[in-house]
Design a protein around this ligand. Structure first.
Ligand SMILES: [Zn+2]
Length: 182
């Protein structure tokens, strides 16, 4: 399988910049990201920290779908499938879409080898807030209303196996009920 991002990535030596489809990217080691996440947790607590990273992910997901729709003229629902492929190409883990239902506004994904979970030590709480946020923001943008996401299973909590995320309309507390998750 080819990695479109790596093949299309441009290095601009003068600016010290990596460009992909006109957007600037940077490479970061997972441990550096985890130091940031753990540092924020130590300063503001688990709950607020998870919200911060979730919010950041949402902004990124929203922005990416807008870009895919306007600049690449993609069908909005297709952007979610595209985003799943990009996630793997960025090294975030292998993203599989388990269900995608625009009519009811629900989305379920599984991420094998989430880089966030594998970089994190054992945790009592799910840790893949960026993945959860990116897909919540993207799915909200596709549907044109706010959906929220829950990480139902995280490798950092439960050990080997994929992380599992569900997204639906409403508050985080009601997302699970909306999906009839068993
Ligand atoms: Zn996880």
């Amino acid at each position: 399988m080819t990695n479109e991002i790596l093949e299309s990535m441009e290095f601009v030596p003068d600016g010290g910049a990596l460009m992909y489809r006109g957007l600037r990217y940077m490479l970061i080691r997972p441990e550096t990201f985890m130091w940031i996440q753990k540092s924020v947790i130590s300063k503001v607590g688990e709950e607020t920290a998870s919200q911060i990273f979730y919010d950041v992910g949402q902004k990124a997901g929203n922005m990416l779908v807008t870009y895919f729709c306007h600049e690449m003229e993609m069908d909005p629902v297709d952007t979610i499938r595209y985003l799943a492929r990009l996630g793997a190409q960025l090294g975030w883990g292998r993203v599989e879409i388990e269900s995608l239902d625009p009519l009811h506004g629900t989305l379920e994904i599984e991420v094998s080898h989430s880089v966030f979970a594998e970089e994190h030590s054992f945790s009592g709480e799910p840790v893949c807030h960026m993945i959860r946020g990116v897909f919540a923001g993207a799915w909200s943008r596709v549907l044109d209303y706010t959906v929220n996401g829950i990480e139902m299973r995280c490798r950092a909590v439960e050990g080997p196996g994929p992380c599992r995320f569900v997204f639906a309309k409403g508050s985080l507390d009601s997302t699970e009920a909306n999906l009839n998750v068993k």
